[in-house]
Design a protein around this ligand. Structure first.
Ligand code: 5RP
Length: 212
């Protein structure tokens, strides 16, 4: 199995806070995400700042786009994003329009979706999916478990590069040890730590210990 990437999700409510987080953890992580909250607060200026800081890293705009895929993707690309996200309930035409404008598109799996839809996404040329426990579901008492591992395994077997996210801690990574996870996306586990640089290094070390 390949070594999973570590992606930081900058879900800060202000660009200045996001820049503080990334200035500490940025050198450690593989992929930098302008989180949905940050995109809503600061728009594409957040992506422009991250691209200026990290010309060599993959930058993701986590727009969770639901409509106007082509325009949103064009805006993300022009701001410097390599990848962007669409919500799984977006229509295929929205996804296809976005895919024409951006290097890679990631489908964010929330709520109800089917493997039949997932096959349609693959057929449309979308190769990445993000398996998500939403922060609201986690707050309502949802936890990671066997049901998630089964769905993750099936998505990987279908051929998706699958990212895992939602309330991850360093200690929760071992749950996924049998799976060829493409990327672990961590927000508060890094940005909310007393020492974000150390927290990012600990995530990387745990990934290396399990998959290395
Ligand atoms: C929220 C997101 C988050 O960026 C992602 O889930 C990581 O957040 P955290 O690790 O803080 O739960 O996409 O919609």
């Amino acid at each position: 199995m390949a070594l999973p990437n570590l992606q930081i999700a900058l879900d800060n409510s202000s660009l200045s806070e996001a820049l503080k987080s990334i200035s500490l953890a940025g050198p450690v992580v593989d992929i930098v995400e302008a989180g949905t909250i940050l995109c809503l607060q600061s728009g594409m200026e957040a992506v422009r700042c991250l691209r200026a800081l990290y010309p060599e890293k993959i930058i993701v705009a986590d727009t969770k786009c639901a409509d106007a895929g082509g325009t949103v993707a064009q805006n993300c690309r022009e701001a410097g994003a390599d990848w962007m996200t669409v919500i799984c309930c977006a229509t295929l035409p929205t996804m296809k329009a976005a895919l024409k404008e951006i290097e890679e598109l990631q489908v964010e799996l929330y709520g109800d979706w089917t493997f039949q839809q997932a096959q349609q996404w693959l057929n449309a040329g979308i190769t990445q999916a993000i398996y998500h426990q939403s922060r609201d579901a986690l707050l309502a008492g949802e936890t990671w478990g066997k049901k998630d591992l089964e769905k993750l395994r099936k998505l990987i077997e279908m051929g998706f590069k699958v990212s895992v996210t939602g309330g991850l801690t360093k200690d929760s990574l071992a749950l996924f040890k049998e799976l060829d996870v493409y990327t672990f996306i961590t927000g508060r586990g890094i940005t909310g730590a007393a020492d974000p640089n150390l927290a990012a290094k600990e995530f990387k070390a745990e990934i290396q210990r399990i998959w290395g």
